[in-house]
Design a protein around this ligand. Structure first.
Ligand SMILES: NC(=O)c1ccc[n+]([C@@H]2O[C@H](COP(=O)([O-])OP(=O)(O)OC[C@H]3O[C@@H](n4cnc5c(N)ncnc54)[C@H](OP(=O)(O)O)[C@@H]3O)[C@@H](O)[C@H]2O)c1
Length: 259
C-alpha cells in the first residue's frame, strides 16, 4: 500500500536502535525525509547511512539525550515544521518503587511524559496550520497491565496518555492525529538485556530464556521492530486521518481483554 506520505518530513526520537529504528525504517521506506536521534554518535551515523543508501531519503542526525532542552532545540532546528513526530525515549530501569528518590521520579516523568509533551507543544500549531500532522508516542503495555518494578515508567506513560487524550481532540479537525502504540514484548536490545539477566540467574542459555519468555505470549514469539515500525507508519499515513486519541496494543495477544 502506498502510504501517501512520500516527501513528508519526520522527526523520530530515540531511533538509532530498537523500536524507534523500526519506525524510522518504515517511514523512510514510505519516502519520508528523517531526523533521527540517539546518544551514541557512531551507532546513529551507521543507522542514518543505512537509511540513505537503502531508501534514498534525506536523513539528518541529532546526537544526544532527547530529554534535554538543548537536544530538543537541535531536533527542531533540523526540522522546524515536521509533518510527523514519533516520540520515543529510554525508560527508567526496573526498580522497587520504595527505592526511588525524588530525583529518580522527576527524571522518569521528564523522560516519558514531559519530553513528548514539550515536543508536541513545539510542532502542533504548525501541523494544524498545514492541515496535516501525525504524532505517535511509543508508550508501553504497562500502561494497561502493570509490571512490578516498572511503576515509574507505567505511571509517567499513563500520565502522558491521559494528558494527550484531550489534546488530540483539539486538533482532530485540522487533520492532526495523536496516537499511542503500546508494545508488549519486542525483540530489541532492551528486551535482550532482560532475557540475558534472567538466563544468568537461572543458569540457562539466552535462547532458552527467550523461548520461555515467548511461551507466555499467545503468538508464541517476541515481536519484531520491523512489524512495529510498519504499524507506526500506517498511523502516520495519509489513510489514518480518522484515527486519533487511540492506544494501539501490539503484543501478540498478551494482554487478555475482550475490549
Ligand atoms: N522492547 C519492548 O518490548 C518494549 C516494551 C514496552 C515498552 N518499551 C519501551 O519502548 C521504548 C523503546 O524500547 P526499545 O526496546 O526499542 O529500546 P532499545 O532497544 O534499548 O533502543 C532504545 C533506543 O533509544 C535510544 N535512546 C535511549 N535513551 C535515549 C535518550 N535519552 N535520548 C535519545 N535517544 C535515546 C537508544 O540509543 P542510545 O542508547 O544510543 O541513546 C536506542 O536507539 C522504551 O521506552 C521502552 O521502555 C519497549
Amino acid at each position: 500500500m502506498d502510504l501517501g506520505i512520500r516527501g513528508k518530513k519526520a522527526i523520530v526520537c530515540a531511533s538509532s536502535r530498537g523500536l524507534g529504528r523500526g519506525c524510522a525504517t518504515a517511514l523512510a521506506e514510505a519516502g519520508c525525509d528523517l531526523v533521527v536521534n540517539g546518544r551514541d554518535a557512531a551507532i546513529l551515523a551507521k543507522t542514518a547511512e543505512e537509511f540513505r543508501s537503502r531508501f534514498g531519503v534525506t536523513v539528518t542526525e541529532v546526537v544526544g539525550d532527547v530529554s534535554t532542552p538543548d537536544i530538543q532545540e537541535a531536533l527542531l532546528k533540523a526540522c522546524p515544521a515536521p509533518d510527523i513526530l514519533v516520540n520515543n525515549n529510554g525508560g527508567p530501569p526496573l526498580r522497587d518503587f520504595r527505592e526511588l528518590t525524588r530525583d529518580n521520579m522527576l527524571e522518569g516523568v521528564t523522560q516519558n511524559m514531559i519530553t513528548p509533551i514539550e515536543l508536541i507543544k513545539a510542532v502542533i500549531d504548525t501541523m494544524a496550520e498545514k492541515e496535516f500532522g501525525r504524532i505517535v508516542n511509543i508508550t508501553s503495555l504497562s500502561v494497561y497491565q502493570p509490571i512490578p518494578g516498572l511503576d515509574l515508567s507505567s505511571g509517567a506513560r499513563a500520565g502522558l496518555t491521559a494528558f494527550l487524550a484531550g489534546v488530540a481532540r483539539t486538533v482532530a479537525a485540522k487533520n492532526v492525529t495523536i496516537n499511542n502504540i503500546l508494545p508488549g514484548k519486542f525483540d530489541t536490545d532492551r528486551i535482550r538485556t532482560t532475557i540475558r539477566f534472567s538466563a544468568e540467574k537461572s543458569g540457562e542459555s539466552e535462547e532458552a530464556a527467550a523461548h520461555k519468555a515467548a511461551q507466555v505470549i499467545p503468538a508464541k514469539r517476541l515481536g519484531s521492530a520491523e512489524e512495529f515500525g510498519k504499524a507506526c507508519a500506517f498511523l502516520c499515513s495519509s489513510h489514518a486521518g480518522y484515527i486519533t486519541g487511540q492506544n494501539l496494543v501490539l503484543d501478540g495477544g498478551l494482554y487478555t481483554s475482550a475490549f
